[in-house]
Design a protein around this ligand. Structure first.
Ligand SMILES: O=C(O)CCC(=O)C(=O)O
Length: 71
């Protein structure tokens, strides 16, 4: 849940390197379900200038058995 200033949110697929970008506007609710957390990296990229404040509230279910294996 995003509250406040709009920020960019990026996804990059771990194998194909396909990317998606979206804007998290005030009141946005982003749900990452299925394999999203396993197959995609995500970030709020640094920006040179951000005007205003933003609060992000994240709820996570952590399933350690589904974690990717380290090489
Ligand atoms: O600030 C955000 O919306 C991103 C939060 C995030 O990437 C995370 O909780 O993993």
């Amino acid at each position: 849940m995003s509250l406040g200033t709009t920020r960019t949110f990026d996804f990059r697929h771990s194998k194909t390197r396909q990317t998606h970008t979206l804007q998290l506007t005030h009141g946005s609710l982003l749900i990452m379900q299925g394999r999203t957390q396993l197959d995609w990296a995500h970030r709020v990229p640094k920006e040179l200038e951000v005007h205003g404040e933003r609060i992000n509230q994240t709820f996570r279910y952590v399933d350690s058995s589904a974690a990717p294996k380290r090489p």
